[in-house]
Write a protein that binds this ligand. Sequence first.
Ligand code: IMP
Length: 427
Amino acid sequence: MPVIAVIGAQWGDEGKGRIVDLLAERADMVIRFSGGDNAGHTVINSLGRFALTLVPSGILSPGTVCVMGNGMAINPAMLLQEMDELAGRGIDLAGLRISDRANLIMPYHRLIDGLEEDARGGQAIGTTRRGIGPAFADKAARLGIRVGELLDPASFRDRLAEVLEYKNAIITKVFGGEALSLDEIHRDYCGCGERLKPYICETTRLIADAIDRGDEVLLEGAQGTLLDPDFGTYPFGTSSSPLAGASALGAGIGPRRIDAVIGIYKSYCSRVGAGPFPTELKDEVGDEIRERGKEFGTVTGRPRRCGWFDTVAARFSARINGFSSIALTRLDILDGMPSLKICTGYELDGKVIDEFPAGVQALERCRPILEELPGWTAPTSDVRQRDDLPAEAQRYVDRIEELIGIPVSIIAVGPTREQAIFCRDIV
Ligand code: IMP
């Protein structure tokens, strides 16, 4: 049985949680390998509507082991809140496992995230202010504190005291803020550690054993490729890699163990937060897509910027992730649009290009070259076969597939598990 990575191919919010939930029905294990509670994975199934930020989406499928991998940054209080909410709705958490190597999001990370954003003024990145950037920066700077350290309160206190002295100097001297209390943080985090203890473990062995047994394992991506610290619209992006390559690292498996990589693309584009977005529609068409798709952030509630499907960005994303197939989500949101446009290239400083530029200044100057296609009137939400889609919808999907050059395996035509068209094998 295969190991499948499910990867966001645009700027996040492509519907990864929805696709993971669909595949998790038959998966034995689901692993989150990056990000933290900046992610918002919405899942709607027979159990109701869930907005998950930290716990892998597989938790909604009974019997599925859900691993929060070493590549994550975890705010334990947020995690416990999410676990309590899930338990309160009757979801069994017995299958949850948390890597002892995952980094912790500390109160100073959240505080500094907000202070840095405020200090950026008009140049703010528009982060979720959940402390993600400062936590991953500390990981790289060897100032991070890891989940496993919660289990040894005395040495956790020593390490915290050392790091907090430095963080408090930044908070008070650079930002003029108030110092945080060592005692309070130590008490709160040890309390969380006590409650999380039954779930914390070494996870690489668990995962390797599952793969060796032939279990079906899903690697659940968070955020999207174009927010990647290397390949995204840097510095307007997140701080851990959402790419397929990072899925092996953030779960602790070798890259050769991954059998398939599904790229999740929404049938149009959206972005939340600042940064270049070449096909953005700053007009009534963009407003209409936002309203139809209820495009407001799961985590922050912010309105998402909306625009046409961008195949320049999509091809780039497919290349750097090595997608084996594509899942196209939210096709039904476009039902009834009189016409649709697909971006096939950019015009940059008078020249036509078909590559996604590295620099944000160049990207800001890119004008999309748009191809117009007719819309369709018949609803797609009850369609279960690709051939039964309205002819114009088939043409739209065919054209996207042709321009990206990767086959479509799943088309989502609504939020529920049933509202999906399986076009070909995933592996
Ligand atoms: P951070 O990850 O909170 O540091 O935010 C950095 C950028 O990534 C901001 O533009 C956020 O809006 C964006 N971002 C972070 N997580 C998500 C997500 O799950 N979906 C969409 N955008 C996200």
